[in-house]
Design a protein around this ligand. Sequence first.
Ligand code: FAD
Length: 395
Amino acid sequence: MQKVDVIIIGAGAAGLMCAISAGSRGRSVVVMDHANKVGKKILMSGGGRCNFTNYYAEPANYLSKNEHFCKSAMSRYTQWDFIGMVEKHGIPYHEKKLGQLFCDNKAKDIVNMLLEECSEVDADVRTHCSVEQIKKQDEGFLLITSQGKWQCQSLVIATGGLSIPTMGATGFGYDIARQFGLKVLDTTAGLVPFTLTPHLLEQFEGLSGTSADSIVSCNGQSFRENILWTHRGLSGPAILQISSYWRPGDSVGINLFPDIDLLEHLKERQQSNPKSHLNGVLSETLTKKLADRLCELWFVDFYKKPLAELSNEQMAAVAEQCQSWQLKPTGTEGYRTAEVTLGGIDTDEVSSKTFEAKKVQDLYFIGEVLDVTGHLGGYNFQWAWASGHACGQYV
Ligand code: FAD
């Protein structure tokens, strides 16, 4: 039997940060992960460059049943704290857009940094370690693992959500929560592409790879970024963002001309260039391929006429369709490609200060396993760093 102060299950973003935070207080820490490598999601994130935080991270960027829950941890470990660690390790980075910070080189720089910090505080990080059983004892916990029996005073669950099961994601954290009588809210895939009906896919055939700067809205939320046609449906940052607010059966509103009043613009062009055609005017903003296709699909009755021959009603119909396009997805691509899991362990069950379960002394939950989900853009890692750091101060 081996004894330590703290066992953390899950060597991802939150688990490694928690190990650093607890280890720096002199606690003996073991991090156990069943995968063959630590931080697999960090390695694959941000297209291999890891969008590790965001200059503008704040509580408004998170979805949770309790919108206040994330505030305390986020104020105690901010994006500036994490940037400080990145700079201390001399890791080159840049802002790509909208405050999103990426490594100049590889996401591996972030994993190496976390492992170096773990090693500096003597935290023992183990891969290939499966936890078979967890038993509560009078003080702390007994764990039966593939690497023997362990006893610890504090047990931290940092096993993440369900997205990308091929990367080692499991429902382990939810199972442990249920084992100890904690409420787990329904989970769904977030930051995920939409799938479309076969009819719509046929209509959009050949547009795969086309994108358009748009405002996408659903359930009172709007995001302005690109949408991207794919061979399975619609993706791109604006679609991923709105997917976290979409529920089955909902329609999504899409404005393909976010910078102009399209009706006014068409009227102006009708005056200034009466011989021009609708697809030509639309392709001043959209790609020619997209403008041509949308005209064939939506305005087949009149788009071949010169603008001079279009009625006000026809131009109003064009503006309405292009600026308030209502699209009804059939679903999402699910956990297979989702970046995050919405829902999870009910934050009412956990202290927002320490992350200890209110009903179970010495048991802690951090990171994505909790019902806190960030927008796209480095916010999910910032939550992992902030919750991991806060918890590490108390275990
Ligand atoms: P994870 O990082 O998922 O770590 C959980 C760990 O627990 C894993 O190492 C896993 O192997 C381990 N584990 C699971 N089950 C068990 C078990 N039964 N026993 C032992 N160990 C177990 N967020 C951003 O902010 N910026 C990005 O650029 C970004 N890009 C992403 C790209 C992709 C493709 C994906 C899928 C996600 C991306 N995210 C990004 C989201 C981000 O990766 C997660 O929100 C974040 O990793 C959550 O951290 P975590 O520590 O809670 O969980």
